[in-house]
Write a protein that binds this ligand. Structure first.
Ligand SMILES: CC(C)(COP(=O)(O)OP(=O)(O)OC[C@H]1O[C@@H](n2cnc3c(N)ncnc32)[C@H](O)[C@@H]1OP(=O)(O)O)[C@@H](O)C(=O)NCCC(=O)NCCS
Length: 205
């Protein structure tokens, strides 16, 4: 069974260890950045645990989200990962990072935790910028294809071809916009990102 809890300072070495295990070089965050996120918004810093082992982590911050003017880069929206721009007057919880051991179920449990927090804080949206991590590989194996066409491709079972977009849509988020140069060194995604949105329907009731 997966347990979700809030991270403490003493957990940060484990968090960094996991980050280095699961993320490609160029997309990993340093301990300093995690320390800053924990200091500024501890409520949004979750750990997923299985048999007392950390199998996933996720961090978030509050932003003001305007659908017609979505975030343009991860660096901007997250203050380069330090979240000093955390905005208590904002309307959305933005997922700064999420990472889990592949197919552990940790990823889905962490998305649920962030959604629950958005509801608890009475925020209208949960937002994140997804990598489009299957894009480069797909082009190399099949043929070069435009990113707008790629994100619509589906498998025989009707689920999206891209593994990360599939994961987020399965967890209730919808693709709002594709952004070029969303991340600086994300070769797998050819630096594209997808703004994914979940609307908190309990807000305004
Ligand atoms: C995306 C991520 C948060 C999902 O968390 P998770 O605990 O694996 O999620 P779940 O078990 O709830 O769901 C699995 C789904 O995640 C998606 N997924 C995205 N990237 C994935 C990956 N690298 N490995 C496995 N699943 C991945 C798939 O849609 C998968 O569903 P599938 O079985 O139909 O392919 C997690 O896999 C992750 O952190 N990936 C990033 C790290 C990474 O890509 N590492 C490899 C490159 S170095």
């Amino acid at each position: 069974m997966i347990k979700i809890g809030n991270a403490k300072i003493k957990d940060l070495d484990k968090v960094v260890e996991l980050e280095n295990e699961i993320w490609p070089e160029g997309t990993r965050a340093s301990k300093e950045k995690f320390e800053s996120r924990l200091k500024i918004f501890p409520q949004g810093f979750f750990l997923a645990l299985k048999n007392e082992e950390v199998i996933g982590t996720s961090t978030s911050e509050i932003i003001n989200y305007e659908p017609e003017n979505p975030p343009t880069s991860w660096e901007n929206i997250t203050d380069k990962g330090y979240i000093r721009n955390h905005n208590l007057n904002g309307n959305a919880l933005y997922v700064v990072s999420i990472g889990a051991v592949s197919r552990s179920g940790g990823g889905s449990a962490l998305i649920s935790a962030q959604k629950n927090l958005a509801q608890k804080l009475d925020l209208k949206y949960l937002i994140l910028g997804a990598r489009i991590s299957g894009y480069d590989k797909y082009c190399k194996i099949n043929k070069e294809i435009n990113i707008n066409d790629y994100v619509k491709l589906r498998r025989e079972d009707k689920e999206l071809i891209d593994p990360e977009l599939r994961f987020y849509t399965r967890n209730g988020l919808k693709l709002h916009k594709i952004i070029s140069n969303y991340m600086q060194e994300d070769k797998e995604s050819r630096n594209y990102g997808a703004i994914m949105v979940w609307e908190n329907k309990s807000k305004d009731k």
